[in-house]
Design a binder for this molecule. Sequence first.
Ligand SMILES: NC(=O)c1ccc[n+]([C@@H]2O[C@H](COP(=O)([O-])OP(=O)(O)OC[C@H]3O[C@@H](n4cnc5c(N)ncnc54)[C@H](O)[C@@H]3O)[C@@H](O)[C@H]2O)c1
Ligand SMILES: N[C@H](CO)Cc1c[nH]c[nH+]1
Ligand SMILES: [Zn+2]
Length: 430
Amino acid sequence: MALRLNSADADFDSAFETYVKCDRNGDADVSGVVREVVAKVRMEGMEAVKAYTAKFDQFALTDENLRVASDEIDQAEAACDTEDLKALDFAAERIRDYHEKQLPIDVRYTDDAGVTLGWRWTCVDAAGLYAPGGRAAYPSSVLMNAIPAKVAGVSRLAMVTPSPKGDMNPLVLAAAKRARVSEIYRIGGAQAIAALAYGAGPIKPVDVIVGPGNAFVAEAKRQVFGAVGIDSVAGPSEILVVADGKNDPQWIAADLLSQAEHDPSSQSVLITDDAAFADKAAAAVEEQLEASPRREIAQAAWNDNSAIIVVGSLNDAPELVNAIAPEHLELAVDDPEVMLKKIRHAGAIFLGRYAPEAVGDYVAGPDHVLPTARAARYASGLSVLDFMKRTSIIGCDEAALNKIGRQAARLADAEGLPAHAKSVRVRLKP
Ligand SMILES: NC(=O)c1ccc[n+]([C@@H]2O[C@H](COP(=O)([O-])OP(=O)(O)OC[C@H]3O[C@@H](n4cnc5c(N)ncnc54)[C@H](O)[C@@H]3O)[C@@H](O)[C@H]2O)c1
Ligand SMILES: N[C@H](CO)Cc1c[nH]c[nH+]1
Ligand SMILES: [Zn+2]
């Protein structure tokens, strides 16, 4: 059973705060484990990657099987169901269309002082893409990672994905081929993130690492940030559904379980103003869990990390949503646009009763790599901009420097930095 809270209860505020701040990794010392893995891979390179792959993925990694060969990719693609490939192409086209609209424009102008100013966007040379593969395979994440990188213009895409016990999903390889991924390595977890960040064996370091993963992957990205750029902390999936009593409880239960089935550390939350609907949705969740082939995972996420919150009025929901800052938010209400105006923190928002979160996972177009663990308070989903950086442009001729230089030199004097001041004054007319 998920936690049940009612905003009418006297201790609601403190119970809600405790819930919002809870650590979903249980007793696991995720940051300690990751710190050790990252340090070892940094020091020992591929030998450490091999040892951790044997330990965590039960796979005997060798110099020969580390990189997926191009003929294996072709064979995998040939083995895929053609309808699956069509769905992949359908998704890819919609994802590409959406991300092409994100391409930023360069700006150049001359201001009143005659100074040429502006900025220019350029892409990184090499991107590391993490495609998860522990408890499920994620061809969709391959597209969501690689397509924006290609739209940004990145030439080298190095993808890592674990192959537990040596298994590699053919559709993952087909997706990587379609998205023009340059290198694919059969490694996952924190060891793969460290290998991309610092280099290991034949894997050359990248400039930015993006993509979703479990708590170990998300923490590893956080720890290597600085040596490389990262998109956001995109860890175990989350969903928050705001639903009135007019919804079908079976639909809402399926939505809640769609994210619970990713990982025992996932989180599903229902906020409703109808206590009877809350009971029906809770019963529907239990019923659907019974029939789920991923029951063990989803049940753990539902029992340990999830909540049903009954509020007096749906007008109270936005404040709670903003505090939780969920990865995904569904507004299953009559007029979602009205509620949307009051939501400030969420990775992706799904409007209305016919926009289940899963369309966003696969085919809607926006990226499904989204901030979790309340990072939506300050971070955004993966976009073309995560593979690009903006460089400022400043140009002065003699007249322009004479208009602005004196004040620069004065501020340099004030800061006690005489070489700064001199480098301007030597160019100024007396
Ligand atoms: N936020 C997002 O945008 C988003 C998108 C898609 C998926 N996801 C999340 O990605 C995750 C996928 O997780 P997954 O486990 O299936 O695959 P994964 O590839 O993320 O993780 C598997 C790896 O984790 C490492 N690992 C597992 N247990 C470990 C342990 N005890 N100690 C150290 N390392 C360990 C192993 O190296 C293994 O290769 C889920 O949490 C899912 O919710 C998030
Ligand atoms: N819901 C995940 C993001 O949290 C993305 C995904 C991929 N496949 C299925 N779901
Ligand atoms: Zn999902």
